[in-house]
Design a protein. Structure first.
Length: 408
């Protein structure tokens, strides 16, 4: 099949976190399985632009990627080049899969998919979750601006971008159920994200975390690995760590990048709580360094206000780490069912108690970690995910709907 994926930003714009990795791994695996995969995206990379050729094909692991110049308004990921590419090439494809809502690339792809009468799939990437729509974790003014933009979108573009789509792709059943009250018309289906077990190795790693920080030798390590964003609950995690200062046998490793202003807020919080000896910010890690970090750590925590999937949770479990996550992480059901970690209410006190319990019980850590690894390798590999997605594509092309879909 000839499939076009449209996403506002793409590899190597790693600062945007899980959605970038997910889109790269899915498209790459689909290409390995014999499909002709093209990606239309922008050169967005935060306040800067990616150093990539624009408006011409770039081959990444068998995937043909076109980066188009980002224009103003940047927050909407507007690109006239992307619009023209969709217009000129829509009939080169059999199906279009967009990986965002509220943003221009999906609007452009939706319009030209309708003109070309192509099946059009939208992956909301958690943006339809009530918490994400309200953003209670952000300052009042910022949250209100975001709500206003989304209200305008729902009244103007959503009837075309979303309601006239062929299907909506959710990555967990919880994400689908959270969006049901919106009463959206397209057929919903669930296909998760995954990991690639063959990449979960750490040869030729530049440095181990305990070599970089000798003061960590002999301590248990709790790791937070995600984009640094207010919705991830990092302030709650810091408060929990603060309540554990009666012990000196552990440290928190914060791995990830984010907007400079928010990162300064976090480092100031660490200083105000006098947690310098307990918390280490190491910036973004990827590739072998990421797997080495997870291998070196003992616990993983992600107390998010909202997480439509949680790819980092999957990666941590794949490396045998017990996870502590909030019930707002949509993998919570799977983690509970597999006894792969601890799922908590979004509370610093409950988070601290869970961290303390697992620090004091290494046998329980091992049990949960082994369960998590079995879960991931059994159900959440990119090979299986791409194979399931291929069946969805084929069903849409042959039947106009997803045969056997029980999520409607």
């Amino acid at each position: 099949m000839k499939i076009l994926h449209v996403i506002p930003s793409f590899a190597p714009a790693w600062q945007y976190g899980g959605p970038i990795y997910a889109a790269l791994y899915l498209t790459r695996e689909l290409a390995k399985q014999g499909h002709s995969i093209t990606v239309f995206t922008t050169d967005a990379n935060g306040e800067k632009s990616l150093d990539v050729p624009v408006n011409q094909p770039v081959l990444i692991d068998g995937v043909q990627v076109f980066y188009f110049k980002l224009q103003s308004p940047r927050w909407w990921y507007f690109s006239s080049q992307l619009w023209r590419a969709c217009r000129d090439h829509v009939r080169d494809f059999e199906i279009i899969h967009a990986h965002s809502i509220f943003l221009w690339p999906t609007t452009a792809a939706a319009f030209w998919a309708r003109q070309g009468r192509l099946p059009f799939i939208v992956r909301p990437a958690g943006a339809l979750d009530p918490v994400c729509l309200r953003k209670p974790y952000e300052p009042f003014a910022s949250a209100k601006r975001s709500q206003l933009k989304k209200e305008i979108y729902f009244k103007t573009l959503a009837p075309f971008d979303i309601d006239k789509a062929t299907a909506l792709h959710y990555t967990t059943q919880a994400e689908l159920e959270n969006a049901r009250p919106l009463g959206l018309r397209p057929e919903p289906f669930v296909v998760p994200l995954g990991v690639n077990p063959t990449e979960m190795c750490f040869n030729d790693v530049r440095t181990r975390i305990r070599d970089r920080f000798p003061e960590l030798h002999g301590k248990s390590l709790l790791v937070f690995l995600s984009r640094l964003d207010a919705k991830k609950g990092l302030e709650i995690l810091l408060t929990a760590v603060s309540s554990l200062r009666d012990r000196d046998d552990f440290a928190l490793i914060v791995a990830g990048s984010g907007e400079q202003g928010y990162v300064r807020t976090l480092t100031s919080r660490v200083e105000s709580l006098e947690l310098q000896q307990f918390v280490k910010f190491i910036g973004m890690v990827s590739g072998a360094d990421k797997w080495a970090l997870l291998n070196d750590c003992d616990l993983f925590a992600l107390p998010s206000y909202q997480e439509n999937f949680g790819l980092a949770v999957l990666e941590a479990m794949g490396m045998g780490l017990p996870v502590i996550i909030s019930e707002n992480v949509n993998l919570a059901y799977e983690v509970r069912k597999a006894f792969a970690g601890v799922v908590i209410d979004l509370s610093a006190d409950k988070l601290a108690r869970s961290i303390r319990f697992l620090l004091d019980n290494p046998a329980e850590r091992r049990r949960l970690g082994e369960n998590g690894r079995r879960l991931v390798l059994g159900q959440f590999t990119w090979t299986k995910v791409a194979s399931t997605m291929s069946k969805v594509y084929s069903s849409l092309l042959q039947n106009g709907h997803i045969a056997g879909n029980s999520n409607q």
